[in-house]
Write a protein of this length. Structure first.
Length: 631
């Protein structure tokens, strides 16, 4: 099932050997270990300005210190485990409706900053200078005032991030705000890394200057392993952009460039695009934005950060941040019973950033769940750690209660909501953006078309899978078996449902073609041709094929949504293909949609929240909408 659910992989038969070689390189590098080791480096002599800016008063207000120095007790942990959260809602100017949830009462709601000054953000010293320059360089719309270093969206996002609460933002779009979001979470991550490393280096210097034989337990400043930040992104292009922002943030205020080792290799492996796209295929803007650059989805890279240098391809146990795809991590973590597997490097992750979460629904969601099951576990080996420097919450196996999780995606989805609710246990609480769609994607359908929404009943979210199949076979399909109802496209989001329907159609010997993400180019051309000419009555069509290829299917006269689309705009996109139906204005077009009460979020995104509420609460099981111009 796992292999079937995964999108066509970038791996080839010989990749197992390559992965084995990569693992050896990823975890050991004796040649450069001392050069990039925090334990063998000491903080440089601070200037008078730096000492003044790092006064005890300012340090006491630092959100980083507040968060990492907080001492939980067993009673606090028991409350978090019990998940007896108090929730409250508030509306912010840009983000809109926010839901704050927290177990410990003292970490309740926060208010958006009215004015933002770089000097009062508690940024690590170099970032105060470099951030406004980097942000304005990469983003087209930037405030011109020097006192406003953020866009309005960035200001509110950073306010939440800097409070060290977990955050779920489901309104990220590749066309509108992707770069804004990427820049601000990179700033937060780099700020965290620099402060954590500065603390370790400073304590190294103090310990070096101490008299020999004097032991001090006041230098607990590390986790059980070095990696602090894990950034999960879907494609190499996304990782490339993250590293570019990191490099920009580390560049000093002067013209002198920082030393970035392995930069050429990184650009070669992450900057090239091995896949050639058909030159004459017109695709939507959102598709071009998502699939720009190198879209290989199997990668992982460790990055070590020192004061004036950055090392790409650092061994994981010498890295401060790991940037990887879910598939790239899955092949390292492995499965129970495998001889070669590694996940100790995830034991002390203090910040988990999952960007473009919706795309993992189109890849393999199981990889994300597998990652979350192996993060912040006690390591199986010591990996040379000095236990006198390890924070007590790490020794107590409480790291998951201190981990901040930042989750960004393009939509509200039950599976994404589930990981935010079940796997985010930050003692400071969670913040989720919950704006409801007032207008659904059905309003973007330009074809004159009746939309018949048919509600099916199911006892629970598991039984709805079988209930939908039997409802389709017994109630819907008989209406389309007549030859008059030719040119019927069946849109199926789940690959498992697709296989089930395909097998049923074969068993019943129905006139059918099928297209999925695994179909060859010749198979796709043959299916489209037979469907357009009416030689085959049905075409079963998977959502993942539409996501990755975005082909236009001509000749659709009857459309069945076996389940509501994951992406709301796919609904209008597929419906608008019907304007190319053979027969022009004389053709009778139909659209049937199956839904249940467990599809509330998807339904609201298609028809709007008010209509969705009426359709779910109504005793009627059939609802009709008509779109397009009428005389």
């Amino acid at each position: 099932k796992e292999a079937a659910a995964q999108k066509p992989s970038q791996e080839e038969p010989g990749d197992a050997d390559i992965c084995s070689d990569l693992k050896d390189e990823e975890f050991t590098d004796e040649k450069h270990e001392s050069e990039f080791s925090l334990e063998t480096n000491f903080i440089e002599e601070e200037t008078a300005d730096q000492k003044e800016s790092c006064s005890s008063v300012e340090a006491a207000k630092d959100p980083f210190k507040h968060h990492m120095d907080e001492e939980l007790n067993k009673k606090d942990v028991d409350k978090i485990v019990a998940r007896s959260k108090s929730t409250s809602q508030v509306k912010w100017p840009v983000l809109g409706q926010l839901v704050f949830s927290c177990t410990l009462e003292k970490f309740g709601m926060i208010k958006p900053d009215k004015e933002v000054s770089v000097k009062h953000l508690h940024l690590h010293r170099p970032l105060e200078i470099t951030w406004p320059k980097v942000n304005s360089l990469f983003l087209s719309k930037q405030p011109k005032s020097e006192g406003q270093p953020f866009t309005p969206l960035q200001k509110e996002l950073f306010c939440i991030m800097n409070s060290y609460k977990d955050l779920f933002y489901p309104e990220r779009t590749a066309l509108r705000n992707a770069e804004e979001i990427r820049h601000v979470y990179c700033l937060h991550a780099m700020n965290h890394i620099l402060k954590a490393n500065a603390q370790v280096l400073s304590n190294n210097a103090k310990r070096r200057d101490q008299k020999q034989g004097v032991e001090d337990d006041g230098f607990r400043d590390q986790g059980l392993t070095r990696p602090k930040v894990l950034i999960v992104v879907p494609f190499r292009e996304s990782a490339l952009r993250v590293v570019q922002v990191f490099i920009g943030l580390l560049e000093s205020a002067s013209k002198k460039k920082i030393d970035v080792s392995n930069k050429k290799r990184f650009k070669g492996e992450f900057g090239s695009n091995p896949e050639e796209k058909p030159p004459n295929l017109k695709r939507p803007e959102d598709y071009e934005a998502v699939f720009a650059g190198n879209i290989d989805d199997h990668f992982r890279i460790g990055v070590a950060v020192l004061q004036k240098s950055m090392r790409l391809y650092a061994p994981f146990y010498s890295s401060d941040v790991i940037i990887a795809s879910p598939l790239g991590l899955r092949t390292v973590i492995g499965a129970e019973g495998e001889k070669k597997r590694e996940y100790d490097f995830l034991s002390s992750i203090e910040m988990l950033i999952i960007d473009e979460a919706d795309i993992y629904l189109m890849q393999n969601w199981e990889h994300v769940l597998h990652l979350l099951a192996h993060i912040n576990l006690l390591p199986l080996e010591s990996h040379g750690v000095d236990f006198s420097r390890v924070r007590m919450f790490s020794l107590n196996n409480w790291s998951k209660y201190y981990r901040q999780t930042l989750l960004f995606g393009a939509l509200q989805d039950p599976q994404i909501n589930s990981i935010f609710n079940k796997h985010c246990l930050n003692y400071r609480g969670q913040v989720a953006v919950r704006n409801v769609p007032l207008v659904g994607s059905v309003s973007h359908v330009v074809v004159q078309l009746p939309h018949v929404f048919r509600k099916l009943e199911a006892e629970n979210s598991v039984s709805v899978i079988d209930a939908r199949f039997h409802f389709f076979i017994d109630k819907v399909l008989p209406e389309y078996r007549d030859a008059v109802m030719s040119h019927t496209l069946i849109y199926v989001p789940s690959y498992f449902d697709y296989v089930r329907l395909r097998n049923y159609f074969k068993k019943e010997d129905l006139s059918c073609m099928h297209i999925c993400e695994y179909t060859s180019k010749s198979g796709i051309s043959r299916a489209r041709h037979f469907f357009l000419k009416g030689e085959k009555q049905f075409l079963i069509f998977t959502e993942r094929f539409h996501f990755y290829k975005r082909y236009t299917i001509k000749g659709i006269r009857n459309l069945i949504f076996y389940e509501l689309p994951t992406y709301p705009h796919f609904y209008s996109e597929v419906c608008n293909m019907m304007k190319l139906a053979d027969g022009g204005e004389e053709a009778t077009l139909t659209c049937t949609v199956l839904y249940s009460k467990y599809d509330a979020q998807k339904l609201a995104a298609v028809v709007g929240v008010e209509r969705a509420a009426q359709m779910l609460q109504s005793s009627k099981h059939v609802h009709l909408f008509v779109t397009g111009e009428t005389e």
